[in-house]
Write a protein that binds this ligand. Structure first.
Ligand code: ADP
Ligand code: F6P
Length: 482
């Protein structure tokens, strides 16, 4: 019988993607995204169990412990689960709906059924590994129904839920044909966490509306009641009564493991800049290739500045690293081809033989290489149309704690709430991105003390609010609600 665990995290993905080989062995690569970046150090500290999908369909290796001490419990997803639950309901319904309809969400009842079934599958896997009275921390939009299912299956568990993406305005959320089931699924948790107070407020307004809807449909009195705000150990959490249980709702902004950041060596940074043709200014973008990230917009802003003479192609380069993501979904395919077309066009117009102005890598990079890029970049562009938090912005800032560099940050990224000294831009407005690119370059050239002051203020915020602060504030608050 499998080992039982007192601390279990369940997320759609494991921190590694596993590819099966014909000889029965597996190759393992780190899996993409901010959720893995945020949670890995927490699981290492707790020697916890991580339940999740290993990134390849029809593969479910036996549970095993990583070198860093995390017990991985793989959940098998079939090709049909992958299509309906992952590509369909999670990433073509919920993802665009929760990111304020940047593309139109698709509402498909078959995907909804797949979503319910796969959520049940994850809950059953948790049931198998969770010890009596264990703490189970459910992660993100792919598993919105898991808290409710677990509450029925295992009333002994203490259940937390954290949403890593934005939670939309109720007016948008109410489009979802299965809105009541989703809200009730979330309310199975003892504590529901969001990145920003705004997300928590959206959820609270929605529960009021859904409670009203439930009451009028069933003819029963409302079961949900918002009781007000309680200061729970310095963390502001609202308390809701749902089906006679107290549920906490609060904001807990995720962060990075600043203690584990290995500073890049001067020589590797110099070597990279030499490889790029020793430019005066290096702009950098690092993202999953997702249409929410505004990659095309920042390239277009760069192109227009080259065109107008605001930036000189002889002394400026743009480096864009884009991790392949959700590649079979139509809007992701369109986004990739638009980005790649722009890269080709800009290089065709402004590059010289052997000296492209845009360097584009469509792949994942090892953490150390990423750290060299962050350190080498004079100006980082993080320009999502909407983002729950955006850890790339925090990683860049942590690499520039001495005050070098400049961060251009979308005001629609959750990170903008904390990194208030970044050069904030509106990614829907190319003029705004261009203005901030020029302002950052101007300050680095002519007002370096001012640029350094801004960067140091941002770094201090990140260093004093690292991932341990996030995890411990959530888990401490969860204790109070169990
Ligand atoms: P999201 O969760 O939407 O992908 P975040 O910015 O919050 O966005 O997190 C992305 C994480 O993935 C960061 O920790 C970042 O370092 C990592 N990452 C992004 N692009 C790459 C890449 N090309 N290679 C390796 N890691 C990457
Ligand atoms: O942060 C949002 C998120 O969807 C995470 O849940 C996920 O780990 C990451 O982005 C990467 O997405 P995916 O697992 O679909 O590749």
């Amino acid at each position: 019988m499998e080992e039982l665990n007192s601390f279990v995290v369940v997320a759609n993905r494991l921190p590694v993607d596993m590819t099966a080989h014909p000889d029965g062995t597996y190759s393992i690569t780190p899996s993409p995204g901010g959720l893995v970046t945020g949670l890995s150090p927490v699981l290492e500290q707790h020697r916890g169990c991580w339940v999740g999908w290993p990134g390849t369909v029809d593969v479910a290796p036996d549970p095993f412990r990583t070198d860093t001490g995390i017990l991985l419990h793989p959940v098998r997803l079939t090709a049909s689960d992958f299509e309906g639950f992952y590509e369909g309901f999670s990433n073509a319904t919920l993802w665009p709906l929760f990111h304020d309809l940047i593309v139109p969400p698709v509402y498909d009842v078959d995907w909804w059924h797949d979503f319910r079934e796969v959520n049940l599958k994850f809950a059953e896997a948790v049931n198998q590994v969770a010890a009596e009275n264990a703490t189970v921390w459910v992660q993100d939009y792919q598993l919105l129904l898991v808290p409710g299912i677990l509450r029925q299956m295992r009333p002994d568990l203490c259940i937390g839920f954290f949403l890593h993406i934005p939670f939309p305005n109720p007016e948008l959320f109410r489009q979802l044909p299965w809105r009541e089931e989703i809200v009730r699924g979330m309310l199975g948790a003892d504590l529901i966490g969001f990145h920003l107070p705004q997300n928590a407020d959206n959820f609270l307004s929605l529960t009021r509306q859904v409670a009203g809807t439930a009451g009028s449909h069933t003819g029963q009195p409302d079961e949900l009641e918002v009781e007000g705000e309680a200061a729970i150990r310095e963390v502001k959490a609202h308390v809701i009564t749902a089906d006679g249980r107290k549920v906490g709702v609060g904001a807990f902004p995720i962060s990075i493991d600043t203690g584990a950041v290995e500073q890049a060596s001067q020589s590797s940074v110099e070597a990279l800049r030499a490889d790029l043709g020793s430019p005066e200014i290096v702009f950098l973008g690092v993202d999953r290739l997702d249409y929410t990230k505004g990659i095309l917009q920042r390239l277009l802003a760069f192109e227009e500045l080259l065109e107008s003479g605001g930036l000189d192609p002889a002394t400026t380069v743009f480096l864009q690293v884009a991790t392949p993501s959700r590649e079979r979904i139509e809007h992701y395919r369109v986004s990739r081809s638009q980005v790649e077309e722009a890269v080709g066009r800009i290089n065709g117009r402004f590059g010289r033989m052997g000296h492209p102005v845009v360097h584009y890598l469509h792949r994942s990079l090892p953490k150390d290489d990423l750290q060299i890029l962050y350190t080498a970049a004079d100006v980082m562009l993080v320009t999502p149309f909407k983002d729950g938090m955006n850890l790339v912005a925090k990683e860049y800032v942590a690499a520039h704690r001495s005050g070098t560099g400049a961060l251009i940050l979308s005001e629609f990224a959750g990170a903008a709430d904390e990194l208030t000294e970044a050069y904030l831009c509106n990614p829907f407005d190319l003029e705004s991105i261009k203005r901030q690119m020029l302002a950052a370059v101007h300050d680095l050239r002519h007002n370096p003390d001012y640029a350094a002051e801004r960067m140091r203020a941002n770094s201090e915020q990140v260093l004093s609010h690292d991932v341990n602060v996030w995890a411990s504030s959530f888990l401490t608050c969860l204790e109070d609600f169990k």
